[in-house]
Write a protein that binds this ligand. Structure first.
Ligand code: TMP
Ligand code: ASP
Length: 237
């Protein structure tokens, strides 16, 4: 496999073509972004930590029957992934109230959400990733409603796998965001799963161990990510 040209650079990752049109290289950079790119900083080791974290989680999900784009770790900061046609929708499941849910609905941070909520957001930084529903997605043709339904089911299935995984590591999976795409007609989990795109709280102290440390300027961002990885048994080398 040969890495070729940069196809796309997002806020924290870049994607390169390879000599195989079905595969691409995802590069995890140290760039850390929040508030739709309004706050951006370089955090040492973040690319490596998120690349290895994502590889670990994607392999757990794949083993549980959730199709993912992940193929193999290539280096500290690079992974080989399947080339998906991404749907421009973020799927969010919440087990506890936090973040925009508290702001929108005036509910107290930390209350248990039973059953967990499911929300979708349009990927559009200029609009601030607005919340959208199935009707908007169908009307504006952002994705096929049948594929959105599959993405929703896979997002909930992910919850069952990861809630248990993090619980066993002494962590609460508060909420998380997934992005899906199509590969040979099949809905497949793409993008990444790392502490950048979820909320994880220590089960005992409820300390935040995710990107909220960066958003809220709490410090110790990568140290928290590494502590989560250590509890899961991830080897950061
Ligand atoms: P929110 O509370 O800001 O709506 O975020 C819910 C979860 O989704 C949280 O774990 C962060 C994640 N998320 C992203 O990773 N990127 C995004 O653009 C958005 C809107 C949320
Ligand atoms: N991921 C988005 C950004 O980088 C939103 C966030 O995490 O706050 O701006």
């Amino acid at each position: 496999m040969e890495k070729r040209n940069e196809l796309y650079a997002g806020k924290a990752k870049s994607v390169f073509t390879t000599d195989d049109p079905n595969l691409m290289v995802m590069v995890f950079r140290d760039d850390t972004s929040a508030f739709d790119g309004k706050k951006v900083e370089q955090l040492d080791r973040k690319g490596m930590v998120n690349n290895k974290f994502n590889a670990f989680i994607m392999q757990k999900l794949e083993a549980a029957g959730i199709p993912t784009h992940f193929e193999v770790l290539l280096s500290d900061t690079e992974s080989l992934v399947k080339c998906l046609k991404m749907m421009p929708i973020e799927c969010v499941v919440r087990n506890y109230a936090a973040g925009s849910l508290c702001r929108r609905l005036g509910v107290e941070e930390g209350i248990t959400l039973n059953p967990p909520t499911f929300e979708m957001f349009l990927k559009n930084d200029a609009l601030g990733d607005p919340m959208v529903n199935e009707s908007h997605i169908a009307t504006f043709g952002w994705a096929d409603p049948a594929n959105i339904e599959i993405a929703k089911q896979l997002t909930f299935k992910t919850n069952e796998v990861l809630k248990k995984l993090f619980d066993d590591a002494g962590l609460l999976l508060v909420d998380y965001k997934l992005e899906f795409g199509l590969y040979q007609g099949q809905v497949v989990l793409g993008d990444e799963f790392s502490p950048d795109g979820c909320r994880l709280w220590d089960k005992e102290t409820r300390d935040k161990m995710d990107k909220d440390r960066f958003r809220q300027g709490l410090g110790g961002v990568i140290e928290a990510y590494e502590e989560v990885g250590r509890r899961l048994g991830i080897d950061f080398g």
